[in-house]
Design a protein around this ligand. Structure first.
Ligand code: E4P
Ligand code: PEP
Length: 458
């Protein structure tokens, strides 16, 4: 995050609590049922007094970057944990995740020959929508875990009670994470030459590395060429990086919605970009109403049941001014459906004249339960969904704008496959996710190199 030309926002809680609260009259899916609503009110009042986590001007800057994605002039790399956890707010976890994203970004930038907009699922991704309200183990049924911002992961009655104090912990965990991310991305750690050296190490040590050697060599040559031409080394030292999360818990998001002193408009200052998930995107419900009131760039997850008419209505509701960069469609159909379902959406949206960014989330349509009981995903399905996404855009002459992935920088064993192959029998070894399976560091880098190849073919 390089805060250029950014003005601070001033907080006008009164205005924010009226204009940003119209969602309260509508049904809101996936909200916790707090036993103590007075305690929730007190927490919300505290949150309303806290300083913003991001500036409105940074959100505008990201909107401009996403406008380039929508117009085919940039590529979006959005990734991070399925569910961040309070006890994983540590320098090691944050650094590893960031390092992986930067490495992926470097490969994709070279292959795509356009800027890669880097956005983390980070510093706010603490809340999870769930398929079922309860979970049963050995005959005991308890409320499901909904993310550290809502209740505890432990399978006990006490842990699973939604506690509004956790919203404050989410705010503080997000603030510490952002602070470190800002330090890493501007303090020299993200130096492109360093990032490239990490990629060279990966290529040398990965079993599938040989395949990537040529690309790595070309990047090396390009860096040497730029150096020889006298490119300013300072330019390589910092990187723009943005934070995003699902805007799920509307009490939290609206408590952090503030009036921008420059423009009088509302911004959700809990993150630069927020998205509305597949389970909460009902057009006449609270989440879409909330998103329609804020100026942040907005993502909408589109699952396989999405109709073209719905997609057009999202544009009318959320992007009435037809402003490129405002709306990103994050498509998560599943590898077996993307080639059938996506073309009609892209065709009709394109025909409407709207310029949205199209991104593939190849994770959420490809989850299955292994015989061991672990939720997992096959690397090959993930890759195939990305391929399908690229194929559809190639046929239609539209821009495959980017990828949205659940990943970690740690060597976990949650998804099967990849160059350094994880087998179903390995899943138990380091299965650490609090919710959905993530690509580990090596699988994430494999994906980046393979997407880079696809981009070049495109
Ligand atoms: O990450 C996304 C959702 O929260 C997740 O896929 C839901 O998982 P569940 O079906 O186990 O509830
Ligand atoms: C819940 C998520 O995805 P989806 O809404 O697409 O299921 C997610 O990205 O964490």
């Amino acid at each position: 995050m390089r805060p250029r030309n950014v003005e601070a926002v001033t907080v006008n809680a009164k205005t924010s609590s009226s204009a940003g609260n119209t969602w309260r009259n509508l049904p809101a899916a996936q909200q916790p049922e707090y036993p103590d609503t007075e305690a929730l009110r007190a927490v919300v009042a505290d949150l309303e007094s806290y300083p913003p986590l991001v500036f409105a001007g940074e959100c505008d800057q990201l909107r401009a970057r996403l406008a380039a994605v929508a117009k085919g002039e940039a590529f979006l790399l959005q990734g991070g944990d399925c569910a961040e956890a309070f006890d994983a707010v540590s320098a090691d976890h944050i650094r590893n995740k960031l390092k992986t994203l930067l490495q992926m970004g470097a490969v994709l930038t070279y292959a795509a020959s356009v800027p890669v907009v880097k956005v983390g699922r980070i510093a706010g991704q603490y809340s999870k929508p769930r398929s079922k309200p309860t979970e049963t183990r050995d005959g005991v049924t308890l409320p499901t875990y909904r993310g550290d911002s809502v209740n505890g992961f432990d399978f006990t009655e006490e842990a699973r009670v939604p506690d509004p104090e956790r919203l404050k912990r989410m705010y503080h965990a997000s603030a510490s994470t952002l602070n470190l991310v800002r330090a890493f991305t501007t303090g020299g750690y993200a130096d492109l030459r360093q990032v490239h050296a990490w990629n060279q190490d990966f290529v040398k040590s990965s079993p599938s590395g040989q395949r990537y050697e040529q690309l790595a060599r070309e990047i090396d040559n390009a860096l040497n060429f730029m150096h020889a031409c006298g490119a300013d080394p300072e330019e390589f030292k910092t990187v723009e990086f943005y934070a995003s999360h699902e805007a799920l818990l509307l009490d939290y998001e609206s408590a952090l919605t503030r009036v921008d002193s420059r423009t009088g408009q509302l911004y959700d200052v809990s993150g630069h970009m927020v998205w509305i998930g597949e389970r909460t995107r009902q057009l006449d419900h609270a989440h879409i109403e909330f998103a329609s009131k804020i100026r942040n760039p907005i993502g909408i997850k589109l699952g396989p049941t999405t109709t073209a008419e719905e997609a057009l209505q999202y544009i009318d509701r959320l992007d009435p001014e037809r402003e490129p960069g405002r709306l990103t469609f994050i498509v998560r159909m599943g590898a077996d459906k993307i080639r059938d379902k996506l073309p009609e959406l892209v065709e009709k949206v394109t025909a409407s004249g709207a310029t949205v960014a199209w991104i593939t989330d190849p994770m959420h349509g490809n989850t299955y339960e292994a015989a061991s009981g672990h939720k997992t995903r096959r690397f090959d399905d993930v890759l195939d969904e990305v391929k399908g996404f690229f194929e559809v855009h190639k046929v239609l002459g539209t821009h495959p704008g980017g990828i949205h992935v659940e990943l970690t920088g740690d060597d976990v064993t949650e998804c099967v496959g990849g160059g350094d192959e994880i087998f179903v029998d390995d899943l138990h070894q380091r299965y650490e996710t609090a919710c959905d399976p993530r690509l580990n560091r090596s699988q994430s880098l494999d994906l980046a190199f393979l997407v880079a190849e696809m981009y070049r073919d495109q």
